[in-house]
Design a protein around this ligand. Structure first.
Ligand code: GLC
Length: 391
């Protein structure tokens, strides 16, 4: 989620010309991307628990905010790593994140528990997939072989089954594993063991299920260490899931401009994810976990704002073209203290841009701090839902 921060820093520095925007528009039209012909693959009311989330944000966010960020640039292919064009089956089109649920240290601590009814509500609204962030590391033994607490594993399995029973595909990730980012060498065996256990647990799952290796790696971990981690964990998963689409992203909170900095494993079924919260001063205004705090009141819709969106889409398309990988906006959203009409305007512009560029997306989030669903009153925020659904 750092696309957010860096925009604030570097956008004013980028001269974004109208010609540049036109180029991006043309690119949107010309490059439907590999996902264009993708076949479908086989297959309550606490809107704001943020106050009780003191440690949710890694301190590196703060550092990153202060550091000047590189501008989004067009992404050259790493010749050696460039795979032959692939048709990766990735049937995600309209996805929503189950934020603040299994993402909390313990389910319920950030106000949300998953209920079967949530998935019916999500499917009925027109979503085809739900991304379920899971904070596994808090539920694992400290010593090798680092067993995941069986009750916790059963709980995740139940939630996945509930979502699939409602007809939804599921993206299962590893969220908030901060120790892995800070103490990578020490934590690697635990991380590898985690994916082995997840792989075993879901080995027989024939529904639409996607694995996402690591949410929002930050600059605490080097590109090299991150690439090594991906290279080590992939074969472990592939033992049991030979062709299941696996989602991986770049450094700096899955920033689109860093997708090309990792070494892409030679695996035809990888999906490239990026997170898109630009500009951060708009989407994260007043967020309790931001330090220093971002003042409220920023509106969205200036020329620079729409140009920033074009830049983001342009970078995603450029990566896709160079690397022949489907790209996926795995998180985008606006905090729910922003007035509905403004949130809807931002969400609509994003969704239109993604759809035109044939980029799959997953809005953040269902009933957390960026909620599209109002659990208290049991109804969707109408303008925001229409914005992402194109109604
Ligand atoms: C990231 C964080 C999550 C946060 C979201 C929006 O996914 O992991 O906790 O709510 O971004 O900031």
């Amino acid at each position: 989620m750092l696309s957010k921060i860096k925009y604030s820093v570097f956008l004013p520095l980028i001269a974004i010309t109208l010609a540049g925007c036109e180029r991006t528009e043309r690119a949107l039209m010309e490059d439907p991307g590999p996902s264009a012909s993708q076949p479908a693959d086989t297959q309550p009311a606490d809107p704001q628990p943020k106050a009780s989330r003191p440690a949710a944000r890694p301190p590196a966010h703060v550092a990153a905010q202060a550091a000047p960020q590189p501008a989004i640039r067009s992404i050259p292919a790493q010749a050696a790593a460039r795979p032959a064009p692939v048709k990766t089956p990735f049937a995600v089109r309209r996805c929503i994140n189950l934020g603040n649920t299994l993402e909390a240290p313990n389910e319920g601590e950030w106000g949300n528990r998953a209920r079967a009814a949530d998935f019916t509500i999500i499917a009925s609204a027109g979503f085809d997939t739900v991304r379920i962030p899971v904070r596994w590391d808090q539920h694992m033994a400290r010593r090798a072989p680092y067993a995941v607490n069986p009750a916790y594993m059963r709980r995740v399995k139940t939630v996945v089954a509930q979502a699939q029973s409602a007809g939804l595909g599921v993206i299962l990730d590893v969220h908030h594993y901060d120790d892995l980012l800070k103490y990578t060498a020490r934590e690697t065996p635990k991380y590898l063991s985690l994916w082995k256990q997840i792989s075993e647990t879901f080995a027989a799952n024939r529904g639409r299920l996607y694995f996402e290796l690591l949410n929002e790696p930050t600059l605490d971990i080097s590109n090299d260490a991150l690439s090594q981690l991906y290279a080590k964990v992939l074969p472990i998963i592939r033992e049991r899931h030979r062709t299941r689409p696996i989602i991986i992203g770049g450094n700096q909170w899955n920033y689109v401009g860093r997708l090309d900095e990792i070494r892409w494993p030679n695996d035809p079924n990888l999906i490239a994810t990026f997170h898109d919260y630009g500009p951060h001063e708009f989407t994260h205004q007043g967020a309790s976990w931001m330090n220093p705090p971002i003042p409220r009141g920023r509106t969205w819709g200036s020329k620079a704002d729409t140009a920033e969106l074009s830049e983001t889409i342009g970078a995603a398309i450029s990566f896709r073209r160079s690397y022949s990988r489907p790209v996926f906006s795995g998180e985008f959203g606006v905090i729910n203290t922003v007035p509905g009409a403004q949130r809807a305007a931002w969400l609509r512009a994003r969704r239109i841009a993604y759809d035109r560029a044939n980029i799959s997306w997953c809005v953040w989030d269902y009933a957390g701090a960026f909620s599209l669903y109002d659990k208290e009153n049991r109804r969707w925020h109408g303008a925001e839902l229409s914005a992402v659904m194109g109604r």
